[in-house]
Design a protein around this ligand. Sequence first.
Ligand SMILES: Nc1nc2c(ncn2[C@@H]2O[C@H](COP(=O)(O)OP(=O)(O)OP(=O)(O)O)[C@@H](O)[C@H]2O)c(=O)[nH]1
Ligand SMILES: [Mg+2]
Length: 282
Amino acid sequence: MAEIVWYPGHMAKAKRLIKESLPNIDMVIELLDARAPISSTNPDFKNLFCGKPTLTLLTKCTLADPEQTKRFESALRGAGREVIAIDCKSGQGIKNIQGGIKTLMREKLERDAARGIKRPIRAMVAGITNVGKSTLINTISGTKKAVAQDRPGVTRHNSRISVPSLNLELTDTPGILWHKFDDELVGIKLACLGSIKDEILDTLDLSCRLIGLIRENYAGCLQERFNIEISEEDSDYDIFEKIGRRRGFLRAGGVIDEDRAAGVILDEFRGGKIGRITLDRV
Ligand SMILES: Nc1nc2c(ncn2[C@@H]2O[C@H](COP(=O)(O)OP(=O)(O)OP(=O)(O)O)[C@@H](O)[C@H]2O)c(=O)[nH]1
Ligand SMILES: [Mg+2]
């Protein structure tokens, strides 16, 4: 697969906006995709947030393999991180967020209380594109103030949303990727999750790589979802072809309609229809 490089101009600007807002922020809520918590960790963030208390949320956890999510949670906790697995569609974990924030901000809250000050906690919500930042803010605030859509790069500016009931002020930020993926697989996984614009990708290639990743640990999910048999000798493209034929994605002469099959495989993975699948391993 051609090297994935996607760092549009607006991301450099977004990074600058984050830097500028940091002095007015008490803490960071960093969102990682539960289906790939390692690959969706932006290596630039550690420096960027320069030691601000950070709550880590594993998002879309009802799409991920629950066993793997547990492992990632304990690995991150073992590394001293405050972490909660959440899902905005089902509401899982959402009610624990306030507790996580209070734990991280205990000192400041106690200091403010001793001085008789009631100031909201100012939290910046950050993460890669499409990880669910705006959706989380809407879920917590019970509004639709943040625009959330099923494509990467929707939020373009920082915006602040108050949640008086929780004494919180949330800053929505644009999703940020990094200049170059050191490991090609990271780029592929992020593309599979929908964090990189499909228009710049070869979807046939990507869907075959996705099949390769899924079959490593979840071959049964592919067999069941698409009603196909997979053998050891099958190449990833062989499996792709079996799926296309089974679904009847054929053009004149019985040739597979590759674009259509690739689009459907990626869509069904992203929608969780192939199963609860985690692409990274602890
Ligand atoms: N199943 C599921 N889907 C989610 C969840 N959170 C967000 N989504 C979906 O993921 C897509 C992206 O959500 P956004 O909230 O726009 O993501 P974002 O991080 O703000 O994206 P950018 O602004 O583009 O960086 C939308 O289609 C959401 O409906 C979740 O917890 N579970
Ligand atoms: Mg957004």
